[in-house]
Design a protein around this ligand. Structure first.
Ligand code: PBG
Length: 327
């Protein structure tokens, strides 16, 4: 055979394959999203997300400790209030559910890096991500409440805030508010490129946050669009975002790459609830192997250019990295 180039030469054994691996992953880049609900002694499985739970504040410690032991260093908290109202007042209450959770998490696991998801949909009776005016979400009135929400989370112990509401101008509104109160060094991770996606279905079950009428298409992005992803990201960079997120992750690898190449800030991607639910359902049916699938999905996001990866499988991924299956 006249072949000179033989790509198989570099695939002959595991040590060599690892030496020439193009994508490297590290546990320090994993973020675990966690649901915290009002109540006592609660660890309630989310039906559409087997293996994921809603914890009451007094039961959080067990999960946080588990994560720390696995080497996951960052957690993103979502609050599920007992009562919801028109104005989503639980989102920015100083004794709101997520604020209590931040205080507890700081107390029991001071080393964990805590991120607050800033949005109103878990707290509004209508399930939209802002306040309503004539049946539609009023962008500018919502900004004030988002800024209050971010501030209250930081005051309760959040190390970083991540607005996911998709209102125009929220990053600037939050930056100004945090600065006004002296939190000049608290970073903002903007869910800048967030699509109106059916992949969020199981999350909305978990948080009871599905909109009671209409959908989120007037604020979240249309999934046919790519140039607009750049526009959203650029605007948030100008407003002072410190990190940019693309969401969902799977099915949006092209946009992770687009943002990685065009925006010179750390890029995060969020492997959302529907991705988790699909892997779980298919593996429980015996159709795919769960561990291999979750590793392959994570590697694809990192290969596409993500720096940080938010995943319900964060603990499992950390374990796979320890075992050298990926990393
Ligand atoms: C709040 C928010 C949502 C998710 C993260 N923050 C739901 C939504 O936009 O409807 C989805 C996360 C997931 O599906 O895992 N706005």
């Amino acid at each position: 055979m006249e072949l000179i180039n033989r790509p198989r030469r570099l695939r002959q054994n595991a040590a060599l394959r690892k030496m020439v691996r193009e994508t490297r992953m590290d546990k320090s880049s994993l973020i675990y999203p966690m649901f915290v609900a009002e109540g006592n002694n609660l660890k309630e499985e989310i039906p559409s997300m087997p293996g994921q739970y809603r914890y009451s504040v007094d039961r959080m410690e067990e999960k946080l400790t588990e994560l720390c032991e696995a080497g996951v260093t960052s957690v993103m908290l979502f609050g599920i209030p007992a009562q919801k109202d028109e104005m989503g007042s639980g989102a920015y209450a100083s004794d709101g559910i997520v604020q209590k959770a931040f205080r507890k998490a700081k107390e029991v696991c001071p080393k964990l890096y805590l991120i607050g998801d800033v949005c109103m949909c878990e707290y509004t009776s209508h399930g939209h991500c802002g306040v309503l005016q004539k049946g539609t979400v009023d962008n500018d009135r919502t900004l004030k409440l988002l800024a209050e929400t971010a501030l209250s989370q930081v005051q309760a112990g959040a190390d970083m805030v991540a607005p996911s509401d998709m209102m125009d101008g929220r990053v600037l509104a939050i930056r100004r508010k945090l600065d006004e109160y002296g939190y000049i060094n608290t970073p903002i991770m903007s869910y800048a490129v967030k699509f109106a996606s059916s992949f969020y279905g199981p999350f909305r079950d978990a948080a009871g946050s599905a909109p009671s009428f209409g959908d989120r298409k007037s604020y979240q992005m249309d999934y046919h669009n790519r140039r607009e992803a750049w526009k959203e990201a650029m605007l948030d960079v100008e407003e002072g975002a410190d990190l940019i997120m693309v969401k969902p992750a799977m099915a949006y690898g092209d946009l992770i790459r687009e943002i990685r190449d065009s925006i010179h800030l750390p890029v995060a991607s969020y492997s959302v609830s529907g991705e988790y639910a699909m892997v779980k359902a298919a593996s429980q049916a015996g159709f795919v192997d769960e561990t291999s699938i979750l590793c392959e999905m994570a590697a694809s996001a990192y290969r596409a250019g993500t720096d940080l990866y938010i995943s319900y499988f964060a603990k499992e991924l950390a374990e796979c990295m320890d075992q050298g299956i990926i990393g």
